[in-house]
Design a protein around this ligand. Structure first.
Ligand code: TRP
Length: 384
């Protein structure tokens, strides 16, 4: 039996630095990253601040990207990402990523890029019209580089990143079959629950996002969280306290599902043993929105308080946060350089390192010269 090539278990994921991270990011991925980090099942773990990708639609707004690099780094550290276990790095400072992007561009067709569903949806939202930046259209190739450059096997990410991971798989496959096995085909690791997959906004809109103004940020203070929750959308048919209410599709109950534990009930709302009991009362009628919202405020602030406190500590020494990024980036670069070396070797463009090839070429040139000399000698003889 042929032995299957064994790759180390490597995790990589990342975020565009276009804003502070919110509670949707937390339930959708940050919490999981910290759990994976603490389980210790990976040989290497990388989290990338994707500034180059953020620039693909922010070329005229460098300040936004630059200023959010530190915000995202602070959010990571605040959530408990430990830089001694996870390499946190900045995309733009790894030149090998751009080298990979150039090689991979030759393995992907324009029509394949145009078919990427996430890019398609984003193109619609961005309103580029006919003026699509080339860098934007091709960012899935650059993202494939992010993933493949580290020998990544697992990409924890949301459903919207599935088409990106698929393109990375295709590129890995194409590269391996053209030049020889260099890259493992990476797999996506999706969030486990529906609420984690997509947390709605405070207005009940499908997605929590900065641009919709319906987000609660990890770095929001307790008062801001309270204000946001107290003005949240609930069940529009639940007009009087005595009316029966709907919990399904009700943002307040969706957030409770995402964040409230039985311990929170014991601590802040002991009249109910758990969420099912609260939901049951709401559906029956006689439970007011304000009671539920006040509970949600307590739950969210309970979850966010330790995150805020850690953030405040890191905010006191911004230079050392940049140092964490710098060290992580140096480490990531070393790893990417190793794989780039292997990729160039497989492609046969490692001109300076391939001593055997240099010798072979030398021999071929020598042989040619010998033949030329022999021919000249022969011709000279004939003339005589
Ligand atoms: N596209 C991701 C986002 O928009 C960010 C990202 C860039 C990423 N490179 C990555 C995610 C590599 C996972 C793996 O959030």
């Amino acid at each position: 039996m042929e032995e299957e090539k064994k790759y180390p278990n490597i995790m990589l994921t990342g975020d565009r630095p276009t804003g502070r991270l919110h509670i949707g990011h937390y339930v959708g991925s940050l919490k999981r990253r910290v759990e994976l980090q603490n389980q210790g099942g990976f040989d290497e773990m990388y989290i990338m601040i994707a500034d180059t990708q953020a620039l693909t639609d922010n070329a005229g707004n460098i300040a936004k990207v630059r200023d959010n690099v530190i915000e995202v780094a602070l959010d990571y550290l605040a959530c408990g990402i430990d830089p001694s276990k996870v390499t946190i790095f900045v995309q733009s400072r790894i030149p090998e990523l751009f080298e990979f992007t150039c090689y991979f561009m030759d393995l992907v067709t324009l029509s394949r890029l145009e078919r990427n569903p996430t890019v398609k949806a984003e193109l619609g939202m961005r309103g580029f019209g006919e003026s699509i930046p080339v860098g934007f259209l091709t960012y899935p190739i650059s993202q494939a580089s992010d993933i493949l450059a580290f020998g990544t096997t697992i990409v924890p990410a949301g459903e919207d990143q599935m088409p990106m991971v698929e393109q990375a798989q295709e590129i890995a496959h194409k590269f391996n079959s053209l030049y020889g096995e260099v890259f493992p085909e990476p797999k996506i690791m999706l969030p486990e629950t529906a609420v984690a997959r997509r947390l709605c906004g405070t207005d009940g809109k499908a997605k929590m996002s900065k641009s919709l103004g319906n987000a609660i940020y990890l770095s929001d203070d307790a008062k801001t969280v309270e204000k946001a929750v107290m003005s949240m959308f609930t069940d529009p048919t639940h007009l009087n306290v005595s009316d029966p209410g709907h919990t399904e599709g009700n943002p307040v109950f969706i957030y409770l599902e995402a964040f409230a534990t039985d311990e929170h009930f014991a601590k802040y709302l002991p009249e109910y043993p758990n969420l099912e009991a609260l939901e049951e009362h709401y559906r029956r009628g006689g439970l007011g929105d304000v009671t539920v919202k006040r509970f949600l405020v307590k739950v969210l602030n309970d979850v966010l308080e330790p995150i805020r406190q850690r953030r405040h500590e890191f905010e006191k020494d911004i230079a050392s946060v940049y140092r964490i990024l710098e060290e992580g980036t140096a480490k990531a670069r070393e790893a990417a350089a190793k794989i780039a070396f292997r990729a160039r070797r497989a492609m046969g463009i490692n001109y300076f390192e391939d001593k055997k090839h240099i010798e072979k070429q030398q021999k071929a040139f020598n042989r040619a010269h010998e033949q030329e000399t022999k021919l000249a000698e022969y011709l000279a003889k004939q003339k005589k």
